[in-house]
Design a protein around this ligand. Structure first.
Ligand code: G6P
Length: 367
């Protein structure tokens, strides 16, 4: 049956708001709620023997992979390579035996990602696929099929598929950590507990929709916007910039906060809003000093943080967006919401075609 928009103005908006439900749906097949363990489909290879993970994807799916790199390294102590598919497939990558090649795709049909998958298969890698369309080409060629249960995604700019990909990747990283002996039973229980907190936290993030709609007019006139983040929020900064580019046609760049001084700081003036993604925590102070560097040059900051972070550094901002205080594991899922909503509302202010942005396709099946 055709997917309806219901009470929403756009599919993208509907899909943003579906995230608590579809992330819960996805998690329900990756965790055993009763015994609080991560659970993966049965596979006929040994996850504990994986020596290296090679992640390949495009667009938003690539940024999900970038977040996952932090998790695989932190939890499972496994080295991770990551690349966009169009580069990976032409650069003669080193693929040693014992490698897991992991492909992330909403559609399962992106031509470059599929070609990269076949290249890895021909070179002896175990093929893992995180995919939203279970009947897709990539799904059919997987050794380890990890479906996201986001339901059909219609808006060209990916939203709910992304957060579901993150949920699956967190579970996979934790599972591999358990298998490799780097994660104790208690730590696994903690991970499961935090993952299961994600749907409520996503709802709490969505509660700030009105605030974000109310500040979108501050960003809409900009010609350039900079997004900054650290750690797993660095890929989120890039995802935020991608969303804004895709649907509002404003030039935007995502940068690692600490890298700003190596270039982007030259762009800062009162006309370039800087969106800072910074949950409170050990790296927060560093980000605050980056914000000061921005302000010292007349730059205007939009700070996205939790109550603690906003209390400490929310003054003198162009605007602030409050997120719930969450465990760092699920922060990338939660902070996806405000960057999606910000892009969405800025696009609405500008009157662009949110669901069918110019020049873009939902699934890129040509090279
Ligand atoms: C296109 C879409 C993006 C998507 C990318 C990768 O560019 O517009 O939203 O992230 O393809 O698609 P995939 O289906 O492989 O995740």
């Amino acid at each position: 049956a055709a997917v309806e928009k219901g009470n929403y103005r756009h599919y993208m908006q509907k899909e943003i708001f579906e995230q608590p439900t579809v992330v819960a749906q996805t998690l329900s097949s990756y965790v055993h709620q009763a015994n609080e363990t991560v659970a993966l489909p049965q596979v006929d290879f040994d996850l504990s023997a994986i020596k290296r993970v090679t992640i390949v994807a495009c667009g938003t799916s690539y940024y999900a992979g970038m977040v996952a790199k932090y998790w695989f390294e932190q939890f499972a102590r496994v080295p991770v390579d990551i690349d966009v598919a169009s580069e990976f497939r032409y650069r003669d990558p080193v693929l040693e035996p014992g490698g897991l090649a992991l492909f992330i795709s909403q559609s399962g049909e992106t031509a470059d990602t599929l070609a990269a998958l076949r290249h890895c298969k021909a070179n002896g890698q175990t093929i893992g696929v995180v995919v939203n369309v279970p009947t897709s080409s990539m799904a059919r060629e997987a050794d380890l099929l990890l479906p996201t249960h986001a339901g059909p995604e219609i808006g060209v700019a990916s939203t709910k598929a992304f957060t579901c990909q993150l949920a699956v990747l967190a579970a996979l990283a934790a599972h591999m950590a358990v298998k490799k002996g780097y994660m104790s039973r208690d730590e696994e229980r903690e991970v499961v507990k935090h993952l299961l907190e994600a749907p409520a936290a996503l709802n709490a993030a969505l509660d700030h929709d009105d605030d974000i709609a109310g500040m979108a007019h501050l960003i809409a006139p900009a010609r350039d916007v900079l997004y900054l983040g650290r750690g797993p929020d660095y890929p989120l900064a890039m995802e935020g910039a991608l969303k804004l580019k895709e649907i509002s046609y404003i030039h935007a760049e995502g940068y690692a906060s600490g890298e700003m001084k190596h270039g982007p700081i030259a762009l800062i003036d009162e006309a370039v809003p800087v969106i800072v993604l910074a949950p409170s925590g050990p790296l927060f102070e560093k980000t605050v000093s980056n914000m000061q560097e921005v302000r010292a040059r007349g730059g205007k900051v939009v700070l996205i943080s939790d109550e603690e972070g906003l209390a400490e550094a929310g003054e003198d901002c162009l605007a602030t967006i409050q997120m719930p205080k969450v465990h760092p594991l699920i922060a990338p899922l939660v902070y996806a919401v405000p960057v999606q909503l910000l892009a969405y509302h800025v696009a609405c202010v500008k009157g662009t075609d949110v669901d069918q942005p110019r020049n873009l396709a939902k699934s890129v099946t040509v090279e």
